[in-house]
Design a protein around this ligand. Structure first.
Ligand SMILES: Cc1cc2nc3c(=O)[nH]c(=O)nc-3n(C[C@H](O)[C@H](O)[C@H](O)COP(=O)(O)OP(=O)(O)OC[C@H]3O[C@@H](n4cnc5c(N)ncnc54)[C@H](O)[C@@H]3O)c2cc1C
Length: 486
């Protein structure tokens, strides 16, 4: 970046040092732009991506090919379009997401970040070589940032992009930012907008998601993401009225990750009921993000995972899949994962200090009172479920018989769970070259959009696990290369 007349000039300004922004900056640099500047409003780079575990959607990436997993991109594309009812998703962006996913894995591997197949999920890969708990991807983001700055790029942290200067006719010409050293204007012919979603913008969440957003229901770690990019782009003529989606996950309990047993409700042998005491889903679907839709349709958007003492003992006796994976300097992964709560589950469920989230009781009527359900309704659900377990066949949800066990041994336990806000998608619109579009679907010259601030790549829920991060990195790479070209 050059300083000129008290101002600055750059070949490209990337707004946001997260999952899309850093790949965009690195790719632009690799495509020949010398003076690439990244603005990041937080003191740390990484964004929502740094909070993730790094799971990626992929189809035929190296780890999947080596594991002889055979999935065809065209099949995934068709399946995704049909799954979304051909509504709210742009076929060219879904195509880009599918077709670029494997290259994104290769791109990361080329930068020293190993990947392996995810057991039980053909369409996805997870980082290998370190624990994959939420937050571990920050290390990858820092690796990418180091590489970018080593090659001459500049990252300004605590630098809030306050305005993009330009017009729909002439395109962008500068970015105004509030930095540690005051307000600066960076003259630039190109901007990549990668400011992420708006999970921290309560007003916008209410506006965009009435009915599926309710304060105090969603567990989130992403409150700082205010959706700044929407107004920034709107001021230079972009259409800010596109569709938006809330990306959710199921089975979160407690408000902070220090609490346990955060995700014990994902134990597939539990019985799940709602606040009326009615069973509402196949309990073994806890890992499927789309099931958060069923959860948000329940009264109070809450579910209750029921255990008996035999099931708690079964859980305690299972080996911890994450044992030994913590690395020096990393947060304790077991605080989050499905493994780490195991040994202390019984005590945690019975601890009166946790009574907002869980309870132990000698009989089901007491559990029903804690839930607020009619004791008869809960008793009927338990009776029906135990009958299915005795028969070895779930005549309602067809749950895998492996997970059907009767709950008859007191004490009994209930754990309340609710959805997590992973991110939002939209509402900016882009074309297949990632130009941000105006209301007439014309590109705003040299303004590119990537990651979650744009929509069209995902529908009502996360159909394929690992989609948001895969999209962020892929769209960031493409935006960086198109920006270098344009
Ligand atoms: C706990 C958790 C786990 C997750 N795990 C996964 C997973 O395993 N797999 C998966 O696919 N997805 C996962 N996700 C979702 C995924 O991380 C995000 O969808 C993805 O990171 C979005 O990338 P992005 O670049 O659009 O936004 P971000 O990564 O959020 O980056 C946006 C950046 O822009 C900055 N910014 C915003 N406004 C301004 C401004 N005005 N000026 C300067 N900077 C600004 C923000 O501070 C932020 O750093 C997870 C999310 C959470 C919360």
């Amino acid at each position: 970046m050059n300083e000129r007349n008290g101002g600055m000039t750059a070949d490209l300004v990337v707004i946001g040092a997260g999952g899309a922004g850093l790949p965009a900056a690195i790719t632009a640099q690799e495509h020949g732009l010398d003076r690439v500047v990244v603005l990041e409003k937080r003191p740390l780079i990484g964004g929502n991506a740094g909070m993730s575990g790094g799971f990626l959607f992929a189809v035929q990436s190296r780890p999947q090919r080596e594991a002889a997993l055979k999935n065809a991109p065209d099949t995934v594309f068709r399946d995704t379009m049909a799954y979304n009812h051909y509504d709210g998703v742009d076929p060219r962006l879904v195509r880009l997401w599918v077709d670029e996913a494997d290259e994104t894995v290769r791109w990361l591997e080329e930068r020293g970040i190993g990947y392996r197949p995810v057991p039980g999920r053909d369409l996805g890969v997870e980082p290998s070589g370190w624990s994959n708990h939420p937050g571990s991807f920050q290390r990858v983001m820092e690796t990418l940032a180091e590489r970018f700055t080593a090659d001459g790029g500049q990252i300004f942290t605590k630098a809030v992009a306050a305005e993009i200067i330009g017009s729909p006719e002439t395109g962008v010409s500068a970015v105004v930012a509030d930095t540690r050293n005051g307000r600066i204007t960076i003259e630039t012919p190109r901007v990549v907008l990668a400011t992420g979603g708006f999970t921290g913008n309560v007003d916008l969440l209410h506006e965009k998601f009435p009915g599926i957003y309710d304060e105090d229901v969603y567990w989130t770690d992403t409150k700082r993401l205010a959706g700044d990019g929407i107004a920034l782009a709107g001021a230079v003529g972009a259409d800010t009225g596109g569709r938006s989606f809330l990306i959710k996950e199921n089975c979160y309990s407690f408000k902070t990750k220090k609490n346990r047993p955060n995700r014990a409700s994902m134990e597939p042998r539990c019985l799940w009921v709602n606040a009326r005491g009615e069973r509402f889903l196949d309990e073994s679907t806890g890992m499927v993000n789309a099931t958060a839709n069923a959860l948000t349709a329940q009264p109070g958007m809450a579910g209750y995972a029921l255990f008996d003492d035999a099931l708690v003992q079964y859980v305690i006796d299972q080996p911890d899949p994450f044992a030994g994976e913590a690395r020096p300097g990393e947060e304790d992964p077991t605080a989050w994962t499905s493994g780490g709560y195991r040994s202390t589950l019984r005590d945690a469920l019975a601890d009166p200090a946790n009574s907002e989230w869980c309870v132990a009781a000698d009989d089901w009527p007491e559990i029903a009172r804690w839930i607020g359900a009619d004791p008869e309704a809960l008793a009927a659900s338990v009776r029906e479920y135990n009958g299915y377990a005795d028969d070895g066949r779930d005549a309602l949800w067809a749950k895998d018989p492996e997970y059907l066990v009767p709950l008859r041994k007191p004490p009994f336990y209930a754990l309340r769970f609710r959805p997590l806000m992973i991110d939002t998608a939209g509402p900016l619109r882009i074309d297949k070259d990632l130009h941000v579009l105006d209301p007439q679907s014309r590109p705003v010259p040299r303004l590119f959009g990537a990651g979650s601030v744009v929509g069209g790549w995902i529908g009502f829920d996360e159909h394929r696990f690992g989609t948001p991060l895969s999209w962020a990195i892929s769209s960031g790479r493409i935006a960086g290369s198109r920006a270098a070209r344009g």
